[in-house]
Design a protein around this ligand. Structure first.
Ligand code: F6P
Length: 341
């Protein structure tokens, strides 16, 4: 068979490990793999590069994606969809492995509905794809954010300030949860919970009373009631660019005026998405990439390779895309156990 592979959506550590696993696993079964450049754009425009095992020996430890990525939606216009289908025919692609988050996987599902052989691999630093316990990219991104909080702690303590770190993660609070929990923040604000200003101020005051400073982690997706909608910038899949709202800096101003404590905020942004993948992400990406090839070899098209407990298995794309996976109450309860006030 001739495999095609693409990486779509926001990049994250572990993509190269997954591409490498696809190429090695396919090669071991006697199949070749072609890489599409820049996500679905490469399929639409016929942009490819050959992928050989020997070129990917060390790819497991490299951040970003050797294939490039984009947020191109190949089904945004009928003519784009025609071009994408024609590319697959012209290049003789028997099965396409689409590595991405919910947008990339929805395009994969559409391709499957149009009769093409597709298998998905879930990735995203947001950890919000359904059907899988974890997505790769998340562990690496949260690890970077935990390190950032440790650095902010030094400066917050020196200046007796309230310091906020705004992390990415879209409308799911997984990155904020893991960061707040692992870095022992005094308060962590998630999009899954309504904004509660009195509770936040109580935690900040209690932390400052205890040791003279406070650390707050805030997810970019929380709703402070600021205006959004048509005026806000959106990507090609219609998602608002949340970091433009600057919830961290708005909160710093609110805290400063309500408490009189000096407050500062930092936005970690894309720093979270770069750098080498953690051990967990290298192994997960490798298992899911290889798992996707195994699904294809078993004829299980239209499925996604996912992690459930200790096992990698296949679930239908529909199941993985049914709903955004958000932080459930049990995790939130654990998080707040450690917060003062
Ligand atoms: O989905 C991954 C993610 O990093 C989100 O956490 C964030 O909101 C978004 O991508 C940023 O997108 P872009 O890289 O297009 O600015």
């Amino acid at each position: 068979m001739r495999f095609g592979v693409l990486t779509g959506g926001g990049d994250c550590p572990g993509l190269n490990a997954a591409v490498r696993a696809v190429v090695f696993r396919a090669a071991r079964a006697g199949h070749e793999t072609v890489g599409f450049l820049d996500g679905w754009k490469g399929v639409r425009d016929g942009l490819t590069r050959p992928l050989r095992s020997e070129d990917l020996l060390e790819a497991i430890s490299r951040g970003g994606t050797v294939l490039g990525s984009s947020r191109t939606n190949p089904f945004a216009k009928p003519e784009d969809a025609e071009r994408a289908l024609a590319t697959l025919d012209r290049l003789g692609i028997d099965v396409l492995i689409a590595i991405g988050g919910d947008d990339t996987l929805s395009a994969a599902r559409e391709l499957h509905r149009r009769g093409r052989r597709v298998v998905g691999v879930p990735k995203t630093m947001d950890n919000d794809v359904g059907g899988t316990d974890w997505t790769f990219g998340f562990d690496s991104a949260a690890t970077v954010a935990v390190d950032a909080v440790a650095r902010l702690r030094d400066t917050a303590a020196s200046h007796h300030r309230v310091v906020l770190l705004e992390v990415m993660g879209r409308h799911a609070g997984w990155v904020a949860l893991a960061t707040g929990l692992a870095a022992a923040a005094d308060a962590t604000l998630l999009p899954e919970e309504p904004y509660d200003e009195p509770r936040l101020l109580a935690r900040v005051r209690a932390a400052v009373a205890q040791r003279g400073y406070a650390l707050v982690v805030v997810s970019e997706g929380i709703d402070l009631g600021s205006p959004t909608g048509s005026a806000a910038a959106h990507d090609e899949f219609g998602h608002e660019l949340l970091r433009e709202r600057g919830v961290g800096s708005s909160l710093a101003r609110r805290i400063e005026s309500a408490t009189g404590f000096e407050a500062r905020s930092a936005q970690i942004g894309h720093i979270q998405r770069g750098g080498p993948p953690t051990l967990f992400d290298r192994i997960l990406a490798t298992r899911l990439g290889a798992g996707a090839v195994d699904l294809a070899l078993a004829g299980r098209f239209g499925e996604v390779a996912v992690l459930r407990g200790e096992e990698v298995l296949g679930v239908p794309l529909d199941e993985a895309l049914r709903e955004t996976k958000r932080v459930p109450p049990s995790w939130r309860d654990l998080l707040h156990t450690f917060e003062p006030g």
